[in-house]
Write a protein of this length. Structure first.
Length: 317
């Protein structure tokens, strides 16, 4: 197959490039490098079945030749990014989704939307299943990301119903692994980099908020299975083993072997406004329809991720 992956130089997108190339397909990565990096795909330079196009998907997309699949992962998913670039976040969710759907329609390609657990907002139902419609504040600072993804899902389903585009939607829960940015503001790189630098681990609030962490190779496997299936509605992909942020900080200390202090901070700015108090996927649908569930234990995945950041930051063992 010939596959276009938008956001292909990003964290998850670059791992998908690796997987589809390993499976024998031709891959075109498209990225404007606003949050992605050519470092993530540098090892693919010169690969006979790989090419890279620097382009912003909010503008008209042209790709010569046939396409069998269009996977839309271009996004600004971290709070640091979408709070600093709110308009760009909305545009990539709206215009980027519209343009990639139009391309899939034109090429007769199967379409994939990388959505997010953030469509559930600060949930009133726990764990979150795909039939839950969410609790999102559309005018809050996080709304630019949450609503861009909710709109993207609606647009995807409109193209599916009106134009008969063969579509797939994944709601991605907290995913981590090598190639995350050290400065992206999310809890995994924050804690690991703080520990490796010998700094205190900063926990927002009292640490009682919960998350569930899925290693990137497990997520990629779920996406590939979904694309090979006939499942059309949204599917949650994530790790259902929930833990508090405080327990996670303790685990990071254990994995890195560095006894950093844990410091509780109580910011009053937009970083924590509408921040979900709990987050855990119900993956019954993925288990039943895809035969999928996470395989990499959190401790093992974190050890791999810590090693990546140790090398990236140039910190000796």
């Amino acid at each position: 197959m010939r596959i276009l992956i938008t956001g292909g130089a990003g964290f998850i997108g670059s791992h998908l490039c690796d997987r589809y190339l390993a499976d024998g397909h031709e891959v075109i990565a498209m990225d404007n490098l606003s949050t992605g990096s050519t470092d993530n795909i540098a090892h693919l330079a010169g690969h006979p079945r790989f090419s890279f196009i620097k382009h912003n998907v909010t503008s008209y997309i042209y790709v010569a030749g046939p396409l069998d699949m269009v996977l839309h992962l271009a996004s600004l998913p971290s709070p640091v990014d979408y709070l600093n670039f709110p308009i760009q976040t909305l545009k990539v969710g709206a215009l980027g989704t519209h343009n990639t759907l139009g391309l899939a329609l034109d090429k007769g390609a199967k379409y994939f939307l990388a959505s997010t657990s953030e469509v559930y907002g600060d949930p009133l139902v726990h764990p979150q299943a795909e039939d839950y419609w969410g609790n999102v504040n559309p005018v809050g600072p996080r709304g630019v990301y949450d609503e861009s993804k909710r709109f993207a899902e609606a647009m995807t389903m409109a193209y599916h119903r009106y134009h008969s585009v063969d579509t797939r939607i994944v709601r991605i829960f907290n995913t981590y692994g090598p190639r995350m940015r050290a400065d992206d503001g999310r809890v995994v790189p924050n804690f690991i980099c703080q520990a490796l630098r010998g700094e205190p681990l900063t926990v927002y609030g009292d640490g009682s908020r919960t998350r569930a962490f899925c290693y990137v190779s497990d997520l990629v496997e779920g996406i590939v299975r979904l694309m090979n299936s006939d499942v059309e509605g949204p599917v949650n992909l994530g790790n259902p083993n929930e833990m508090s942020i405080l327990d996670f900080a303790v685990l990071i200390k254990e994995v890195t072997g560095i006894q950093s202090n844990i410091v509780f901070v109580h910011p009053t700015d937009e970083r924590v406004r509408d921040d979900p108090k709990v987050r855990c996927p119900d993956i019954t649908r993925a288990r039943m329809l895809l035969g999928w569930e996470p395989q990499v234990p959190v401790k093992e995945g974190l050890a791999r991720t810590a090693e990546y950041f140790r090398e990236k930051l140039g910190i000796p063992r």
